[in-house]
Design a binder for this molecule. Structure first.
Ligand code: HEC
Length: 167
């Protein structure tokens, strides 16, 4: 019974793959170059942003747990992510991102770094909210105001301890 099932699945897979393999050959005749490049760039920024979202979340839980070296680390990762945006997407959908990035890179992030250095939970929370406001400010300026970032409410990463530990 099981064996038959496997054969049936394999046969279905072959049938499914057959027509799809023919499709790319068709595309090669007239490659929609400009469109493909634009689509790749758009998804690239979305991917960097998804990483930023993870770092933003981890940063909150690191600071909330008083794990300041981890908070520092995540803030640094965020900086690197925005450096990538700077390099790869100086302009996105006709909007210059560079001046918008400066708001977050030259104000919100250095201010938050200072609050992390004070190891003061209340100050950290304030700095974190200012960072989040800067995320949303850029989303609004880039016609993505429907992407609203907020303080995370629960930790999605159960395989990492956020408690202060050995450095
Ligand atoms: C310089 C402008 C800018 C800043 C600053 C910015 N974003 Fe974005 N973000 C964008 C743009 C533009 C998009 C839409 C990207 C696209 O079209 O794929 C986006 C998309 C997103 C998405 C949606 C990704 C997806 O595919 O679901 C998330 C999540 C996100 N940003 C999180 C953040 C967080 C968190 C911060 C702050 C730490 C931040 N962003 C700061 C411009 C910015």
């Amino acid at each position: 019974m099981r064996f038959h099932g496997v054969i049936a699945v394999a046969a279905a897979a072959v049938l499914a793959v057959g027509p799809m393999q023919a499709a790319p050959m068709h595309h090669h005749a007239a490659p929609p170059r400009a469109k493909t490049a634009a689509a790749a760039q758009t998804s690239g920024l979305g991917e960097i942003m998804s990483l930023q979202q993870m770092r933003h979340s981890k940063l909150w839980f690191a600071g909330s747990a008083g794990n300041w070296p981890l908070a520092d680390y995540e803030l640094d990762e965020l900086k690197e992510g925005f450096d990538d945006v700077h390099r790869q997407f100086p302009v996105h959908d006709g909007i210059r991102l560079a001046p918008l990035l400066e708001v977050i890179e030259k104000a919100a992030m250095p201010d938050l770094a200072k609050t992390i250095a004070t190891r003061d939970a209340a100050k950290f929370a304030q700095g974190f909210d200012a960072l989040t406001a800067a995320c949303n400010g850029c989303h609004q300026s880039t016609k993505h105001g429907f992407i609203v970032i907020q303080r995370p409410t629960s930790l999605p990463y159960t395989n990492q301890s956020f408690a202060p530990g050995p450095r």
